[in-house]
Design a protein around this ligand. Sequence first.
Ligand SMILES: [Fe+2]
Length: 432
Amino acid sequence: MVLVDSATRGGGSVVLPGRRSAPASPPPAATSGPTAPRPAATAASPRLAKFHVPEILFGPGSLPEAAHAAVRLGARRPMLVTDPGLRAVGWPDRLCVHLAEAGLRTTLWDGVTPNPKDHEIAAGHEVYRAEGCDVIIAVGGGSVIDAAKGVALLAGNGGCILDFEGVDRMAWPIPPMVMVPATSGTGADVSQFCIVTDTRRNTKITILGRTLVPDVSVVDPHLLVTMPDWLNAATGLDALTHGVEAFVSRAHNPLTDHHALHAISLVSAHLVRTMDHPLEEEPRLFMAQAALEAGLAFTNAILGAAHAMSHQVGGLLDLPHGVINGVLLPHVIRFNAAADPCRFVPIAAAFGVPGDTVPDSEAAAVEAAEWVAAEVRRLADELGVPRGLAEIGVTEADVPKLSSMTMVDACLSTNPREADLADIEALFRAAL
Ligand SMILES: [Fe+2]
């Protein structure tokens, strides 16, 4: 798998560090991947920065705006994608009322399960076609939003969702999309990612492309109060992982850095408060903002080894994505910091390292990176996240397959430190 350098492809998705403007003659088709030589991850070198972002409507009570957005996008017969858990707490039906008030007859489909499966997306597409739908709306967490993107992808391009694995594999436009996140972590409502479980291979595939950035994201923090505690913890750790991996990514830029660091500081300051005082509005507001900003960071800077590894564990065992990230992230931080700890100094500051500043020296950077790794683990402990992958069902026998699948995950391409198969196997074993 490769990430396409948009500086050389125009319509591509990722701008890799160290690249300049488009060359005059023939550009390479695909220039970087897990096995390709990598440019140096220099933070200061001038380069093209590209920043994809949907229209964002943010604020408590903003749910009805999703109906207005659908009307603006030309909806006559929208399809509302959600899951049974969300239906049980009532948000999709409430939005259906707003859509009816706007004159729209909605097809509601709730056939999505966590870690959305290839066959579920095919089934959703059948519903979309049979009902003559024209706009996709999603109310839910990352699984629901990714399933909605998958349905939109098939509606525009046909075929099987697994055919689109990789970067910019879709040829045709897709229906307009309005996303309403119901968790504070996924970032899928603003991202160009669509993660789908390949049920034949028991892994997750990554579909990446500018086309998948939703048209509108409606972030209503009121929706967050219906999350169960475990999901709040898991998605909050996912947002933290997005912030950290985006900040140290080889494809980071000053625009993504700002959002990544702010997301980290918001999670550090407010996630535990949302667990202890779930009905307080202000911490929920800040966590909604954290998820949003982490999403803006990672969709443009991409991610790293923690997500590349997490996708394989999630696909194999159908486990919560954020929980897996919470277990893996400290190990990946230590692995990356061993090569270059400097990027972890600002992360430590955002995460609230004791003292006013982190001294600017190599030794202090090593110390800061270790502090961040330990602090992520301390937070995971406080949230009740298992200390190792073995506690959630991963065995030593799974490591070779998980590791080889990790090597072809798109997210590994932007990890700041080169990782070979032996490195990934060692990381999995350390995290067991
Ligand atoms: Fe994630």
